[in-house]
Ligand binder design. Structure first.
Ligand SMILES: Nc1ncnc2c1ncn2[C@@H]1O[C@H](COP(=O)(O)OP(=O)(O)O)[C@@H](O)[C@H]1O
Ligand SMILES: [Mg+2]
Length: 229
């Protein structure tokens, strides 16, 4: 899903866990109106990663298991592995999963914070995953770190992802373009590239931008050439 700021992406995603209910129409899951499902069960089947994630001044393990204190150490580790967070937790943090984080996660990079958030969302292996532009607040240096984590996180579940990067968008089964609260385009990458519209425009702008980055010796994900993410 893509669209300019304020076009309604987060609002649309919020309908699934029923943070809002639609004022008209209905949202269905496998044909059932969400309002007929048990709210706890519905939300228990959805993992969510927001643009910016809150971390608490607790341990890494407690942050991953936030809201699910019954989670085992093994579940926490498994989620961290899929989110590609286990490596830095085990190797770079002084006390591993017992490392105390500062409020807001100031002692971690943006990419590390979001990977902890992805691990949190995956803890219960939810069949539905919502990724609301998780790279938005991330510096380009660490953005690459979480793209791989997002890839693995999406594997084997239905994922709704807000993204602006073509490499992420183009692989979606269905791409939805929002403008001022309305769906203006919907289709596969190839279908939308064959239309004159916002999607093709965004793709062309990014291709031109990536082209000039290459000329400057930067790779297309914003890292300086030769850096190796
Ligand atoms: N279809 C819609 N119906 C009602 N309100 C909407 C709709 N789309 C967007 N809004 C309102 O617009 C504002 C911005 O939407 P938001 O979902 O945060 O945008 P985005 O995530 O795309 O930046 C919110 O206050 C939201 O309530
Ligand atoms: Mg938003």
């Amino acid at each position: 899903m893509l669209g300019t700021t304020g076009s309604g992406k987060s609002t649309l995603l919020s309908l699934l866990p029923r943070f809002y209910d639609p004022s008209e129409g209905r949202v269905t899951l496998d044909g059932t109106d969400l309002r007929r499902l048990d709210l706890q069960t519905l939300r228990g089947n959805i993992g969510i990663v927001f643009q910016e994630s809150f971390l608490f001044s607790n341990t890494v393990a407690e942050n991953i298991a936030f809201g699910r204190p019954e989670a085992t150490a093994q579940q926490v580790r498994r989620a961290a592995e899929i989110a590609q967070a286990h490596g830095f937790i085990a190797n770079d943090l002084e006390r591993g999963y017992d490392t105390l984080l500062t409020e807001g996660g100031g002692n971690l990079s943006g990419g590390q914070r979001q990977r902890i958030a992805i691990a949190r969302a995956l803890l219960t292996d939810p069949p539905l995953l919502l990724l609301d532009d998780p790279t938005a607040a991330i510096d380009p240096e660490t953005e690459q770190e979480i793209l791989g984590a997002m890839d693995r996180a999406m594997h084997g579940r239905t994922t709704f992802v807000v993204a602006h990067r073509m490499s992420t968008l183009r692989r979606a089964d269905r791409i939805v373009v929002l403008q001022r609260g309305r769906v203006v385009q919907c289709g596969t990458h190839d279908e939308l590239m064959a239309q004159e519209g916002m999607y093709k425009h965004a793709a062309d702008v990014q291709a031109a931008d990536d082209g000039s980055r290459r000329l400057l010796g930067m790779d297309v994900d914003g890292n300086r050439g030769g850096g190796g993410a």
